[in-house]
Design a protein around this ligand. Structure first.
Ligand SMILES: NC(=O)c1ccc[n+]([C@@H]2O[C@H](COP(=O)([O-])OP(=O)(O)OC[C@H]3O[C@@H](n4cnc5c(N)ncnc54)[C@H](OP(=O)(O)O)[C@@H]3O)[C@@H](O)[C@H]2O)c1
Length: 188
């Protein structure tokens, strides 16, 4: 995977891996052995930047570096287009049950944004998740998103965003339709 420089000289993979979901916020925690297997696979895919916190309870951060990065870069999965009005989240273990972007009204209001993400994804033979990450990557060379996933195929998919180039016009089109204002129902 391509790399980026954070701060003066911290070289990290252009897309990092958010590790919160392994033990926190998105349903039942992963079994420790499975979490370790997935982290090893991520290293093999080229990830060198892992966002962890003691509270997440994941295995030791393999690099031990700290940096300021973009967390929840896909609006907790909303921007992947994989979740809709039929999605159900367990309110006891999954924070998305109470997140405003997953409320039916917000899904309606954000539909033009998801439609644009899907259209761009088709044009670039990519996925909406990859376009949403590429949008962030193409804004500034010093931004490193840390999408979280516990699925191996999605780790590979998200890493692929590092190879997608959006033009300034495409970034602007996403800005115009409200990429930065995705949370909750927009105020008119
Ligand atoms: N410091 C803080 O306050 C703070 C707060 C929140 C998050 N963070 C950090 O930011 C990281 C990322 O944030 P996040 O996990 O909350 O949100 P996110 O990366 O925006 O979205 C994660 C959600 O999207 C799903 N997902 C990931 N890739 C996908 C894909 N390609 N297609 C479809 N669905 C996909 C994941 O489900 P699956 O696991 O089922 O794939 C997960 O439910 C966290 O892991 C954590 O390290 C920090």
């Amino acid at each position: 995977m391509q790399t980026r420089t954070l701060g003066r000289d911290l070289q990290v993979s252009a897309v990092g891996l958010g590790c919160m979901g392994f033990s926190h916020a998105y349903g039942a925690p992963s079994e420790a052995g499975e979490a370790v297997r997935l982290l090893r696979r991520a290293v093999e895919m080229g990830y060198t930047f892992f966002d962890t916190a003691e509270v997440y309870g994941t295995p030791e951060d393999p690099h031990g570096n700290e940096a300021l990065v973009a967390f929840s870069p896909m609006a907790n999965g909303f921007l992947t287009g994989s979740y809709g009005k039929d999605s159900r989240f367990d309110p006891k273990t999954d924070y998305r049950a109470g997140m405003p972007q997953f409320a039916p009204d917000a899904i309606d209001q954000n539909r033009p944004l998801l439609d644009l993400l899907r259209r761009m994804a088709r044009e670039k033979q990519a996925t909406p998740a990859q376009i949403s990450l590429a949008w962030m990557l193409c804004k500034k060379p010093w931004i490193v998103p840390i999408p979280g996933t516990r699925k191996e195929e999605r780790m590979a998919e998200n890493a692929g965003a590092a190879g997608i180039a959006l033009t300034a016009g495409e970034v602007e089109a996403l800005d115009t339709v409200g990429m930065s204002a995705v949370y909750g129902v927009k105020q008119n």
